[in-house]
Write a protein that binds this ligand. Structure first.
Ligand code: NAD
Length: 493
């Protein structure tokens, strides 16, 4: 299937507005290239403010009728979309693999996650419930009900593209909103394919629109559009700040799912082999392009050398490439690769030591792609900028902790607060860490890994604005709560 897609490339990828493919009004396109071999993958519509306006108008035009359907009917419609995605999973996974360079196996797992998320929110159509309250006033009966907001602008990152789309589209739709998805530049065909599948499954035209384009152009135009009611964004903290600045004065609701620099603590009583396995998965899977990636491994000094040796041995055994036999693939583009390498070089110049990797892979399988060797860095000076900088690549920084307090201090010494993990056999340490670490997701004897459709996800500090998606908490992002009271005069009948 991947071979078919490669044969067909470059694909022509348009917007999806009002139930059909639409090129950018200017006719302009941009080129999307392959992270695996650098070759052309797609010519993509380069949308401007006019295209964004057309998409928002299409959504606005469809929003009222969609909001008037019952949540149960919306759930049935979304179940059809989820099942259609499941039926198309191999094609979708091939597109995801083509655009991201990850293996088909990994892309298939991600697609299954998106289907599961769709099924979860489809079921929510029968549970979109509020609460009832007793009143201090006799004869007054009070409850909460959820109302749609209207038009949802959904902006996503490319790292797990089909999961990221599902994460936002399904909860936004079940709450009765119409959507405009801004596809990531690097994964345009995934978004268009999702829109096509949804339309074929019967989703009414205009309820789901997809716009392609450059972030600073199409993305910013969507954020600045005056007729959007909620903006949900998954991406970098820098762009999240711009969105907050634009949306704040307009009082537009925003949900910001931003970056992370996630600590994984290994205590002196940890099972070191298991800690190494979880570290490798957490730091390197998806080429480290996970907001939840464990990029700072804090190890008790008593076991530091033993852990380090095991980690380096395991790191040396990792296979990098785009096949199902590989552990992880390329980073998303050469620009991102260059950014990571520059950060590593700068840290080296400040005294850090590269214990593994730190180089672009140059062999026959890798030379044309944006492949970085799995990288382990040690001896990063205290207070070094690398400790607070998200690299979004297969790079783990190791540091020593003198004791549990020091490990906790180091874990909290950052602006981000998305996920954290601790490896210990001590319930006391696990409990104290779980309660004191500043992270929205805390795992004990696991990786910084393992979000599921029904789990709320989000972070402290620079990792977000306090919202949580998906899980039932996502309903709070995409609906407005009304408190509704009735008065029936006591004793009147
Ligand atoms: P990015 O912020 O550069 O881009 C994300 C999206 O925003 C893209 O679709 C892009 O086109 C768009 N965009 C860029 N500039 C914009 C602007 N001015 N206005 C509106 N939209 C704009 O991020 P990226 O490099 O593509 O993704 C990696 C980042 O995403 C990392 O920081 C990672 O941690 C984060 N991320 C967070 C989560 C989470 O759930 N917290 C999940 C995945 C990725």
């Amino acid at each position: 299937m991947v071979a078919d897609q490669l044969a067909a490339r470059p694909l022509s990828v348009a917007n999806w507005i009002g139930g059909r493919e639409v090129p950018a009004a200017s006719g302009e396109t941009f080129e999307k290239t392959s992270p695996h071999d650098g070759g052309p993958v797609a010519e993509v519509a380069r949308s401007g403010a006019g295209d964004i306006d057309a998409a928002v108008r299409a959504a606005r035009g469809a929003a009222a009728a969609w909001a008037d359907t019952t949540p149960v009917a919306r759930g049935e419609a979304l179940l059809k979309v989820a099942l259609a995605l499941e039926a198309s999973a191999s094609r979708m996974a091939a597109i995801v693999a083509l655009e991201t360079g990850k293996s088909v196996k990994e892309a298939t797992g991600e697609t299954k996650g998106a289907v599961q998320l769709g099924k979860f929110f489809a079921g929510e159509g029968m549970r979109l419930s509020g609460r009832t309250f007793p009143s201090g006033m006799a004869g007054k009966y009070t409850m909460t009900v959820r109302s749609p907001l209207g038009v949802a602008a959904l902006i996503i990152a490319a790292n797990t593209p089909i999961a990221n789309i599902a994460w936002k589209v399904f909860p936004a739709l079940i709450c009765g909103n119409a959507c405009v998805v801004k596809a990531a530049e690097e994964t345009p065909a995934t978004a268009l394919e999702f829109a096509r599948i949804a339309a074929e499954a019967g989703l009414p035209a205009g309820v789901l629109n997809v716009v392609q384009g450059i972030g600073a152009e199409a993305g910013q135009a969507l954020v600045d559009h005056g007729d959007v009611d909620v903006i949900s964004f998954t991406g970098s903290t820098a762009v999240g700040r711009k969105i907050a600045a634009s949306a704040g004065p307009r009082m537009v609701r925003i949900s910001l799912e931003l970056g992370g620099k996630n600590p994984l603590v290994v205590c002196d009583d940890a099972d070191l082999d298991k800690a190494v396995e979880w570290t490798v998965l957490s730091a390197f899977s998806n080429a480290g392009q996970r907001c939840a990636a464990a990029s700072h491994i804090i190890v008790a000094e008593q076991v530091y050398d033993a852990f380090r040796d095991k980690l380096l041995a395991r790191t040396a055994s990792l296979k990098v490439g785009n096949t199902d036999a590989d552990d992880f693939g390329p980073v998303i583009n050469v620009r991102q690769l260059g950014f990571i390498l520059a950060q590593i070089d700068a840290a080296k110049a400040r005294g850090a030591r590269v214990a593994a990797g730190g180089i672009r892979l140059a062999g026959e399988r890798h030379a044309k792609g944006s492949y970085l060797a799995p990288t382990v860095i040690e001896d990063v000076p205290a207070g070094d900028p690398l400790n607070g900088c998200e690299l979004f690549g297969p790079v783990a920084v190791l540091s020593k902790a003198s004791d549990f307090r020091d490990a906790l201090r180091q874990a909290n010494d950052r602006d981000y607060g998305l996920t954290a993990a601790i490896h210990t056999r001590s319930v006391d340490r696990a409990t104290e860490f779980a309660h004191k670490v500043r992270a929205g997701t805390v795992n004990v004897n696991l990786g910084t890994y393992g979000s599921e459709p029904h789990f709320p996800f989000g972070g402290f500090g620079a990792s977000g604005n306090g919202s949580r998606e998906p899980g039932l908490e996502a309903l709070d992002v995409y609906s407005e709560l009304k408190t509704l009271s009735y008065f029936v005069e006591p004793g009147r009948l």
